[in-house]
Write a protein that binds this ligand. Structure first.
Ligand code: F6R
Length: 605
């Protein structure tokens, strides 16, 4: 939700800011802007702003025409919350005397109250945003030091924020701070880079300071100083990030989504690595046998795609470990008074590690004494820092808004977790342990069918509706396939447990309705075939994804996937679904990587 960048150094910052915004555009893309500190001939300073409704590319054109420059600057790419996407609501925002400029990611919940107070004091507001209260509040508390004014002003804010601030009064510095929204600072050679996320920094440095809630950084040329809210100096060390720059670039692929779909074999291999040897997985997680034996309930809590990965995990864990598992949508979990105690394991799945609802659910579980395990892709993210135990999936940066490789690495991790727990509980999972090592190769085999899947997409891309059906392990993956299709192709799509169809939704099936059916479970094969027969009778066009030998009367298009234990089949059956959604989106000339109304990292409730 919104990406922010900043630069303090000797270079002209405009291209650095624009480049950084391009790599953060997945966080929001309805408007963008930059602000630079420009020195005048008489040694005074101006804050120059260039901002526009639209994409970062539109901003690049405006910035060129405008001729903006400077060695200190901030930038923002927006996903609108308060106030429609427009030039005036775009960030950066300034106080009403145009001396303080701010970019902000998050939501200020008490902004109306603050705005009223400031208006009564004579401050004027130009936009409908919550953000505009921040520069005015800092101005109102300014007594000669921007850091002090920021500390006082942020104490009055309720909600979430990552902010970068520049002020004409202290023109050689930038102040940054955060609460419940991510913010990192990259250390270059005699320069510093501020960003919401790692991909914006990789071009410049892999040395990254991760700011914690309530911490402040004062950034000057060659110097960074950290403070807490009592103005005490903090000693912070940077972390070295091992992501390569190529990982955050398209590398010849037309879109990040396609690149990320094709990166899945590597991502899965790296995630599994040698974690199942010598019980490495649990020992690195620092989860001991005693706790595993005491678990009486597992919650898996997540949002969207990550929640679908959790649903696949539930079936598997309950079947083998006989521990009850509840999978919850994080935004529901946090308000439904779940039953939690010290023998509860709460697993949060989150690619970004910053999803506001998942984070709130984690905090709730911790406050009720559950043991918490975060499975995340983002080193140093808030969820990873707050959970008792953390496992990092090795998907590498996922830039496309629609999640693909993160999902498969989340599945791999849950499978490893189940296998590791089973070994402690003396449950025989030898076969699954062997099979998991073969999954990456099997994904590769399906990726080789991408051209064939594109031909199926060509028959389907003009459809208005589609359905996904599956039973058992094939149901959660159908939910995920349906989500992929609707979010990037805008085709209305729904997923049902195949046996549920005749309890209502079958009324929607008519001649020519596309239904994507998945069958990977021998035990449910005949039941699934009966359900397909029911929809064929009503005229459905069936795309069948399967690793079973099935008579051609049951499908119009067949997508064969390699054989594997049905417990792991979601890792394979999702691949054709991702490709189908991708090609349909391309055939409709849509922006695959940045679908409408969405943002990658949902840091607001
Ligand atoms: C869909 C998608 C979202 C995310 C969800 C959770 O393609 O990407 O549904 O899965 O917003 O995000 P994380 O995993 O970052 O918590």
């Amino acid at each position: 939700m919104c990406g922010i960048v900043g630069y303090v150094g000797k270079k002209d910052c405009v291209n650095v800011l624009l480049d950084g915004l391009s790599s953060l555009e997945y966080r929001g893309y309805d408007s963008a802007g930059i602000l630079t500190m420009q020195k005048n001939n008489n040694n005074t300073y101006n804050l120059n702003i260039c901002k526009t409704k639209g994409r970062v590319n539109d901003l690049k054109i405006s910035a060129k025409q405008f001729g903006i420059s400077g060695c200190i600057g901030i930038g923002h790419t927006r996903w609108a919350t308060h106030g429609e996407p427009s030039d005036i609501n775009s960030h950066p925002h300034m106080d009403s005397t145009s001396s303080i400029g701010v970019v902000h990611n998050g939501i200020i919940e008490n902004y109306l109250e603050l705005k009223d107070t400031l208006i009564n004091k004579g401050y004027a507001f130009a936009s409908q945003t919550d953000t505009e209260v921040i520069p005015n509040l800092i101005k109102d508390n300014y007594t000669g030091n921007t850091l002090d004014a920021t500390i006082t002003a942020t104490a009055l804010l309720k909600g979430s924020y990552a902010i970068a601030i520049v002020s004409k009064e202290n023109p050689d510095e930038m102040i940054v701070t955060k609460k419940d929204s991510p913010l990192i600072i990259g250390k270059g050679d005699n320069e510093y880079f501020v960003a919401s996320d790692i991909p914006a920094l990789l071009k410049h440095t892999n040395k990254v300071y991760i700011l914690e809630d309530g911490e402040f950084a004062k950034i000057k040329l060659n110097e960074i100083t950290f403070f807490n809210s009592n103005k005490m100096k903090l000693d912070k060390k940077y972390k070295e990030i091992n992501w390569s720059l190529e990982a955050a670039e398209k590398c010849g692929y037309p879109d990040f989504m396609l690149k990320e779909i094709f990166e899945q074999p590597t991502a899965v291999r790296k995630t599994i690595n040698d974690n199942l040897k010598n019980n490495k997985f649990l020992s690195e997680l620092k989860i001991d046998d005693k706790f595993v034996k005491s678990i009486n309930k597992i919650y898996i809590v997540a949002c969207g795609t990550a929640m679908h990965a959790g649903l696949s995990g539930k079936n598997l864990i309950e079947r083998y470990l006989k521990i009850p598992v509840e999978v919850d949508i994080a935004s529901e979990f946090r308000y439904r008074h779940p039953i939690i105690n010290e023998n509860t394991l709460m697993i949060t799945l989150s690619q970004s590690g910053e999803t506001a609802d998942t984070l709130a659910a984690l905090r709730l579980a911790k406050s009720e004494n559950a043991k918490t395990l975060a499975i995340t892709n983002s080193i140093g993210s808030t969820i990873s820092r707050e959970a008792d135990h953390v496992f990092y999936t090795q998907a590498g940066p996922e830039i496309a808004v629609a999640s693909t490789k993160a999902y498969n690495t989340q599945l791999a991790t849950i499978y490893m977790l189940m296998i590791s727990f089973a070994e402690i509980l003396n449950i025989d999972v030898t076969k699954l342990k062997q099979e998991i090592e073969t999954m990456a190769n099997k994904i590769e085999i399906i990726l080789n069918q991408s051209e064939y899947i594109e031909t199926i997409a060509k028959t389907m891309f003009k459809e208005k509706d589609a359905f996904f059906l599956g039973r058992g392990y094939d149901y959660p993956v159908s939910l995920e396939g349906s989500l992929k299709l609707k979010e990037i192709s805008y085709i209305h799509s729904e997923a049902y447990a195949a046996g549920e169809l005749k309890h209502g939704p079958i009324a929607l099936i008519e001649t020519g309705t596309y239904v994507i059916c998945t069958i990977t479970d021998n035990e449910l094969l005949n039941k699934s075939l009966s359900n397909i027969q029911e929809i064929i009778t009503r005229g459905a066009k069936v795309i069948l994804i399967t690793n079973k030998k099935i008579d051609s009367k049951y499908y119009d298009y067949l997508i064969e996937i390699p054989d594997c234990p049905s417990e792991f089949s979601s890792m394979l059956s999702i691949i054709p679904m991702q490709l189908l959604a991708y090609y349909i989106s391309k055939l409709k000339n849509l922006d695959v990587d940045k679908p409408r109304n969405l943002a990658k990292s949902v840091t607001v409730e």
